[in-house]
Write a protein that binds this ligand. Structure first.
Ligand SMILES: Cc1cc2nc3c(=O)[nH]c(=O)nc-3n(C[C@H](O)[C@H](O)[C@H](O)COP(=O)(O)OP(=O)(O)OC[C@H]3O[C@@H](n4cnc5c(N)ncnc54)[C@H](O)[C@@H]3O)c2cc1C
Length: 416
């Protein structure tokens, strides 16, 4: 079937990693697909992330240990979390639900659900990245979490939690860290290497490569502002800045912008934005970083990217479009310099927003009160990892086929 802008099977809204994956998967199932974004594919959150394809991120931030960390976060000076008081006062319900999901009883069901999603997604990434001609961008060198203090008990506790779910990791001492990353300075006493985790050197370009593969398979990519959507007979009408598209199915994959489009349909989605920043720096070619490093005590990440060393900040809880505040990033750049040698900044500071629901699980499935409306967003800190399986599951549901993993925990009806 060929795509026809006036009457297509599926229109996917948003060409981040989730939307591109949904479009590609739907096309692979023989459906005609239009993919719409106001920017080039992979230009927003799917561009600026840390590029980690994480096998072990099955424990969201809201877990029991969060309660112990709250006192230090209340001061609003910790690198891991800054929060805007005005935002907190306007969103007490989201905060209360987020905290309620930190209870011990919520750990296992969410870890099991996320592990199914992550496993399926990593397999898709490893297949697609080769098929898309971008196999040179993936590194199978793991991800190192490292502690400057001799906090062996924290590393062991992390490892025990991963082992419980069959996720492999290796405990490292100072010498083993130096052997693994010979070009960093010896600031870390203890490390935990997530051996089954991969990373890429440009998440934006990987998303673009998947988009090119989707277009090559017949997806019609359109660049336009999406204004609104409306039910139309047994299908949908999507109003764009330059016209409209009719489709039997609409997939909302607008990342942190997803809730806006759904509000006029009566859906109040409790989607918060955990903002984050990055800045890249020219690498020292003679002192290469070989994998992403997570500085455990100082709450920042450093990833070797195509254009340089990308330093990524922790969470800033505030409105999606509030003015930028660079304090959190400024605080960690000198700390990153104490680990790796790198030069001048490359380009400007980037800001993005991790789209997060109160249980830190994405919405993957049908909108409860509208036939043919599919929701695929809320992938929080691990959306680059989980985008492919999120999109593939939606495509399977549209085609009436079983998704490759258990999607029950991700049903949109749990919140709307
Ligand atoms: C600092 C930071 C570090 C991160 N690190 C990692 C990591 O290492 N590993 C990992 O797995 N995840 C990571 N993440 C999370 C990950 O980046 C996101 O979860 C993921 O990119 C979300 O993808 P998406 O497709 O849902 O959204 P997006 O990539 O934001 O895509 C949404 C698209 O919708 C489009 N859009 C929105 N509104 C409109 C409109 N009205 N009209 C037209 N187009 C519109 C936008 O242009 C955009 O392209 C990180 C996030 C941040 C912020």
């Amino acid at each position: 079937m060929t795509a026809n802008n006036n009457n297509t099977d599926v229109v996917v809204l948003g060409a981040g990693i989730v939307g591109v994956s949904a479009a590609l998967s739907a096309r692979q199932r023989g459906l005609s697909v239009v993919l719409v974004d106001r920017r080039e594919p992979g230009s927003e959150t799917s561009y600026g992330n840390a590029g980690i394809l994480s096998s072990g991120s099955i424990f969201p931030l809201n877990q029991p240990s969060l309660f112990g960390s709250l006192p230090k976060y209340l001061s609003n000076r910790h690198n891991a979390l800054r929060w805007d008081v005005g935002w907190a006062l306007r969103n007490p319900g989201w905060i209360a639900r987020f905290l309620a999901n930190s209870a011990q009883s919520q750990v296992k069901p969410r870890a099991v659900a996320l592990q199914g999603l992550i496993k399926t997604s990593l397999k898709l990434h490893r297949d697609w990245i080769v098929q898309a001609g971008a196999g040179n961008r993936i590194r199978e060198t793991g991800w190192l979490k490292a502690w400057r203090t001799d906090n062996i008990s924290a590393a062991k506790a992390d490892q025990a939690k991963l082992t419980e779910y069959g996720i492999k990791s290796e405990l490292l001492d100072r010498q083993a860290i130096s052997a693994l990353e010979p070009n960093i300075l010896p600031v870390y006493s203890v490390g935990l290497l997530h051996t089954e985790t991969a990373s890429v050197d440009s998440p934006g370009n990987v998303t673009k490569a998947y988009a090119r593969m989707a277009v090559g398979s017949g997806v019609d990519l359109r660049q336009a502002e999406i204004k609104s959507i409306a039910a139309d007979g047994d299908g949908w009408r999507v109003m764009l800045s330059d016209g409209e598209i009719k489709a039997r199915h609409v997939v909302v994959a607008l990342g942190p912008w997803s809730a806006d489009l759904l509000r006029p349909l009566g859906y109040r989605v409790p989607l918060a934005t955990e903002r984050g920043y990055h800045r890249e720096f020219t690498p020292n070619a003679a002192r290469k970083l070989l994998r992403p490093i997570h500085d455990a005590e100082n709450a920042f990440l450093m990833t070797p990217m195509e254009q340089g060393i990308r330093v990524t900040s922790g969470v800033e809880l505030t409105d999606r479009d509030a003015p930028s505040s660079y304090e959190q990033l400024d605080a960690v750049v000198p700390l990153a310099r104490s680990v790796a040698e790198f030069g001048e900044p490359v380009g400007e500071v980037w800001r993005g927003a991790r789209p997060t629901l109160p249980d830190s699980l994405p919405m993957i499935g049908p909108a409860p009160r509208h036939k043919g409306l599919w929701l695929a967003f809320g992938n929080q800190h691990i959306g680059f990892t989980t985008g492919p399986a999120t999109g593939e599951a939606i495509a399977a549901m549209i085609a009436g086929a079983p998704p490759g993993f258990d999607t029950a925990a991700f049903a949109p009806s749990r919140y709307i």
